[in-house]
Design a protein around this ligand. Structure first.
Ligand code: 6U4
Ligand code: NA
Ligand code: NA
Length: 175
């Protein structure tokens, strides 16, 4: 039996140039020490869009005009079987002031390939590239679709390896 839980994940994009994406360093709980979008559980009586806006505000202090852009299913095989359905949102900008919270530390990353950036752009305006090595392993497959505004769906199946880390066994992502 798979019991699916509904979650949200929201990303703020700064169109640039250089194009940037806001990620949060997760300080506690599930996925701690990974960079990710801002999000969490959809609560009773809430739509996913309402939950996405609430979680964004709770976790980094800002509001944004969020557009739905993807649906992902994560199935975990370790322990009792469970699955996450995650509704992904994006916005080209935000209002308010970004703050670090108990759960997340917000940071900007370069979304475009900065190896070929114009030399007139000083290092201060070119943040580090998206830290895929410090993110959930599925992210590298669908973040590019999010950045180009292609609506997507996908699934990834995980198992825990001997060190307790999540290992991605099978995956499929597409537009
Ligand atoms: P609590 O502590 O219950 O209030 P809550 O903020 O509701 O937590 P949280 O932070 O545990 O929920 O939500 C998990 C977040 O991690 C969601 O934004 C979805 C995201 N997530 C889970 N698995 C993921 C994966 N494989 N790839 C990914 N994001 C994932 O990119
Ligand atoms: Na969260
Ligand atoms: Na939360």
């Amino acid at each position: 039996v798979i019991s699916t839980k509904l979650y949200t994940n929201a990303f703020i994009i700064s169109p640039g140039p250089p194009q940037k994406i806001l990620l949060g360093y997760k300080k506690r709980g599930f996925g701690a020490h990974f960079y990710n979008g801002f999000g969490g559980k959809v609560e009773a009586g809430e739509s996913p869009a309402q939950a996405a806006a609430r979680e964004l505000k709770e976790e980094c202090g800002v509001e944004a005009s969020l557009d739905h852009c993807g649906t992902l299913l994560f199935v975990n095989k370790g322990g009792p079987e469970w699955a996450f359905q995650i509704e992904i949102y994006r916005a080209d900008g935000y209002s308010g002031t970004l703050i670090e919270t108990e759960e997340m530390r917000p940071e900007w990353f370069s979304a475009a390939d900065t190896r070929f950036s114009e030399t007139s752009l000083t290092p201060e305006v070119i943040p580090p590239p998206i830290p895929y090595n410090s993110m959930w392993p599925d992210d590298i497959y669908w973040i590019p679709l999010l950045l180009t505004k292609l609506p997507f769906v996908g699934r990834a199946d995980f198992d825990t390896d001997t060190s307790g880390r999540y290992e991605m066994l099978r995956w499929w992502f597409g537009v």
